[in-house]
Design a protein around this ligand. Structure first.
Ligand code: GAL
Length: 375
């Protein structure tokens, strides 16, 4: 009884001492109460979260964070381990769930250790009851030339995921054009009008290049793979099959020739939003945002959503995902990576709230914030 009372006193003393620091601490275990963008973000074991280029899945009251597990040094930019998974109920405190998709020890596998496996995104398929992970895959030893989409499935959100295949999407398929698309925007492979058209036509037989990517599931259950294509010149928005493990052949091209990377998509009041970056490798650049009434477009370009100091470089980060916070209206978190390409494991996470002015969005820097910013 006395030791219980003592424990309570110690707990409250620790609480008071650490109040205002954004976490409570008992027996060296911290409970985080806010986001501190760009800071070291320890998991339940006290280790900086290792889930870069990540995406979130909300499933049965739990958030799951999937991302690239990076190792130290520049070699950490290649996949030495696989896709790491964490779980959380409150978005501040993350439990290490281990490696959801390991790279393969078999050097002939598409996902052989040392390949480049980036930006994994997991979605749940209600029909097959499977969790489906898509990622950008570059074959080992081939730099960034393969430009493939890879897919893996699991019965449980935390894995293990079974690798199915990797390929370039939609060979021999021409783009879908929303009604009203001007004829001069349609590709004609007998007379490509610009460099992006040339790459598109070059890749028509073998499938389109697929690098930086996200997956978006719409309210009607249809899923879309959104990726940087045509030598990173153009975003393509491609419909996935009913089980989410393949492409249907229907896709559209967005913002042709403007080199958009790092696409992230969300939907609010029936309007689709896309935020992406420019194309400067690991170095940060200005973000850009678009809206559309349909996933297939036409998408309208709106410029940079970030405001204030550092906004011309996305505060040092690059978009990776936008999370709708469960149970809150108009609550979306912009998630970006602050890459440390010389010591990949030290990459940081910039999570910032999205503010709405009518249908317009704004992102502002904040050293620390919590979910109470959302009404
Ligand atoms: C970035 C891209 C990253 C990674 C990097 C390699 O532009 O968004 O995911 O591919 O280039 O240089």
């Amino acid at each position: 009884m006395r030791s219980k009372a003592l424990a309570i006193v110690v707990f409250f003393a620790a609480f008071i001492l650490t109040a205002g620091k954004g976490y409570t601490q008992t027996n060296s275990k911290k409970t985080f109460l806010k986001f501190t963008p760009g800071a070291i973000w320890p998991d339940n074991k006290g280790v900086h979260i290792n889930a870069h280029g990540g995406g979130l899945l909300y499933d049965k009251g739990m958030y799951y964070w999937f991302g690239e597990h990076k190792v130290a040094g520049e070699r950490g930019n290649s996949a030495m381990v696989g896709v790491h998974c964490y779980s959380s109920k409150d978005l501040y405190n993350w439990k290490d769930e281990g490696i959801a998709l390991p790279v393969s020890a078999d050097s002939t596998s598409d996902i052989a250790q040392g390949c480049i496996l980036e930006r994994p995104k997991v979605v749940y398929n209600r029909k097959s009851k499977m969790y489906v992970m898509w990622f950008h895959l570059e074959l080992k030893g081939k730099g960034y030339s393969a430009a493939r989409a890879g897919v893996a499935v699991s019965k449980k959100p935390t894995g293990p995921y079974k690798f199915l295949k990797s390929y370039r999407p939609n060979p021999n398929s021409l783009p879908f054009y929303p009604a009203g698309t001007p004829a001069d925007e349609m590709v004609d492979c007998s007379r490509p009008k610009n460099e992006s058209d040339q790459f598109f036509c070059r890749d028509l037989p073998g499938g389109q290049m697929a690098r930086d990517m996200t997956v978006f599931v719409d309210d009607d259950g249809k899923a879309y793979h959104v990726y940087s294509s045509e030598e990173n010149n153009t975003i393509q928005v491609a419909e996935l099959t009913d089980d989410y493990t393949g492409h249907t052949g229907k896709f559209s091209r967005v913002y042709i020739g403007h080199q958009t990377e790092a696409p992230a998509v969300f939907k609010r009041n029936g309007l689709y939003y896309m935020i992406g970056s420019g194309c400067t490798g690991w170095a940060p650049n200005a973000a850009r945002w678009f809206t559309s009434r349909s996933m297939f477009g036409p998408w309208t370009f709106h410029g940079n959503p970030c405001k204030g100091e550092g906004s011309d470089k996305t505060y040092g980060g690059q978009s990776t995902y936008i999370l709708p916070v469960s149970g809150k209206k108009d609550a979306f978190i912009f998630m970006a990576d602050k890459w440390e390409h010389k010591n990949a494991i030290d990459g940081r996470y910039l999570w910032l709230p999205i503010a709405f002015k009518g249908n317009d969005i704004e992102i502002n820097w904040s050293d620390s914030w919590d979910l109470s910013v959302f009404k």
